[in-house]
Design a protein around this ligand. Structure first.
Ligand code: ACM
Length: 523
């Protein structure tokens, strides 16, 4: 009796489940994949007129010999879960998936490089093929944008999870697509940095450069020089309490970055922009006396004592500890605006610091002034202000990171009324941040001389996550496209329509974006 009852109730559950699956994809589906508003714009999109519907029983199949990729399958499952309510199972297997499933595979992608992918959507199956896990991750970011905007919701949404059928083949124009966040002028917590990683990685930005030291504060624990944080971290612009990351917190940020295919690049700015260190240790000063902590916004008044050996012991210790916390290949040595360092001292200093970082097994990046000296092979100068310095770097055979302040400094105001931000590099409306080509911006600098681009967000005028979001969005998605999509395939008038269609996503993701009048927002 009990068995029969049990069996009939099982049957009932199965029938209800099947019915639910049937009725769960009943609304009018999208059928034109070429009409989707993907940012950054992919290399090629072809439509079949078909569509796929994601249901609660879908399985994410992960095909790869190494076994390490179940992490990316779990990531996809976790991205889709909050809004769909589906607990999608992840199977690491060579099995051929049946109808209604998702396949992530590291074979069959062909000529899409390390970060590219081929995303194929049929009525039966979603397939993302890539050569490397980074490509699968990028394909997943595109997939997120193909679902209705509600996919970004943190609560279960009662809608059909349709996507249009076809094939997207995609790979980046530049391998380095970065964002820089200044955590010195105002401090941002590890959780805020992680949210920024979430936001930038959704647009396929793959580097986060953290500006960890400046005149106004030292933000990373260095165990061999404890006063840097015991004293030097305790303030910020305007006199707030500042803050710093313990090495454990910093490692946690690095790990979170790695999980989102975002390489964290630590910057210790020197020999200028060093008041917080100079205030913490008198012996680093030319006159042996520690200055007061600084909470203003002037630049160019501080310098390490470049002729003292203790300075190089300090630098070796700081970068030595940082190298151990850094999983990526780069460490940033600053080098900008050292107005009170004599040129004859500055040049040997930046050359020696490059050697220290290279000796630790990392590749130095430095602001464009470092090209005044001899650049070590492989070192990356970051163009921000001086085309003369950038050309000096190219003449030395270096590849540049492009952050022209008039385009990529997203701490500039949008217009004269913007409530936060600076104007010294000009007003940067959303079209100005988008409408430039790194490979033609400066005479003498072509695509072959460029590793990529970086959107820099300095923090003199910003204090909250909402401030970060307001200045970064919507310029950051545009700069992500500058880095990902070939200039010949980009066009503002077409882009602004795609961008306008991201408004709903921004709102659901609780991004406090600037609603520029230049963009036809569709909320
Ligand atoms: C800079 O903006 N001082 C690199």
């Amino acid at each position: 009796m009990k068995n029969i009852k049990q069996r009939s109730s099982y049957r009932m559950i199965i029938t209800i489940g099947a019915l639910l699956m049937l009725i769960s994809c009943t609304t009018q589906p999208p059928t034109d994949l070429t009409g989707e508003n993907i940012i950054p714009k992919p290399v090629s999109v072809t439509a079949t007129g078909d569509y796929f519907c994601l249901g609660p029983k879908a399985v994410i199949y992960v095909q790869d010999q190494s076994g390490e990729n179940s992490a990316i399958g779990n990531y996809l499952s976790s991205v889709l879960k909050p809004a769909t309510g589906f607990n999608l199972e992840v199977k690491q297997t060579g099995e051929i998936p049946g109808k209604g499933n998702i396949l992530l595979t590291l074979s069959g992608a062909g000529q899409v490089g390390d970060e590219g992918y081929i995303l194929t959507v049929t009525k039966k199956l979603i397939t993302i093929a890539a050569n490397k896990p980074a490509g699968l991750f990028n394909g997943i970011q595109t997939l997120r944008q193909l679902f209705p905007a509600e996919i970004e919701s943190k609560t279960v949404q009662d809608i059909d999870w349709h996507i249009a059928g076809g094939t997207i083949t995609d790979y980046p124009a530049y391998s380095y697509r970065g964002a820089m966040l200044d955590v010195t002028r105002h401090f941002f917590t590890a959780d805020e940095v992680k949210r920024y990683i979430d936001l930038i990685s959704a647009y396929k930005i793959n580097k986060l450069h953290l500006h960890l030291s400046d005149d106004q504060g030292w933000r990373i624990e260095i165990k061999s020089w404890p006063n840097l944080t015991l004293y030097g971290s305790k303030t910020e612009v305007g006199g707030g309490v500042g803050g710093y990351y313990t090495q454990e917190q910093y490692s946690d940020i690095v790990k979170y970055g790695d999980e989102h295919f975002v390489t964290i690049i630590p910057e210790i700015d020197m020999p200028g922009h060093t008041n917080a260190a100079l205030a913490s240790y008198p012996e680093l000063n030319i006159n042996g006396k520690a200055p007061e902590l600084y909470t203003g916004t002037e630049v160019g008044f501080s310098t390490l004592a470049t002729k003292k050996e203790i300075t190089y012991k300090f630098i070796e210790d700081v970068f030595g500890e940082l190298a151990k916390l850094t999983t990526g290949p780069y460490m940033h040595i600053g080098g900008d605006e050292s107005h009170v360092t004599k040129k004859e001292d500055y040049i040997p200093f930046v050359e020696r610091v490059q050697d220290i970082v290279i000796g630790l097994g990392k590749t130095p990046i430095g602001w464009d002034e470092i090209a005044l000296g001899k650049l070590r092979p492989g070192v990356i100068p970051q163009y921000w202000s001086s085309a003369v310095n950038a050309n000096k770097a190219v003449e030395q055979g270096a590849k540049l990171l492009m952050s022209p302040s008039s385009r990529a400094y997203i701490d500039m105001k949008y217009d004269s009324l913007t409530r936060i931000g600076y104007t010294w590099a000009g007003l940067i409306e959303v079209d100005k941040a988008y409408n430039w080509d790194p490979a033609t911006l400066e005479k003498g600098i072509g695509k072959e001389n460029i590793i990529g681009i970086e959107a820099a967000l300095w923090a003199e005028t910003i204090t909250t996550m909402k401030d970060i979001e307001y200045l970064a969005f919507p310029r950051l998605p545009g700069l992500a496209e500058v880095g990902w999509t070939e200039a010949s395939a980009r066009n503002w008038d077409e882009y602004k329509i795609r961008l306008g269609n991201h408004a709903k996503r921004f709102i659901i993701m609780d991004i406090g974006y600037y609603p520029s009048k230049l963009v036809p927002w569709v909320e």
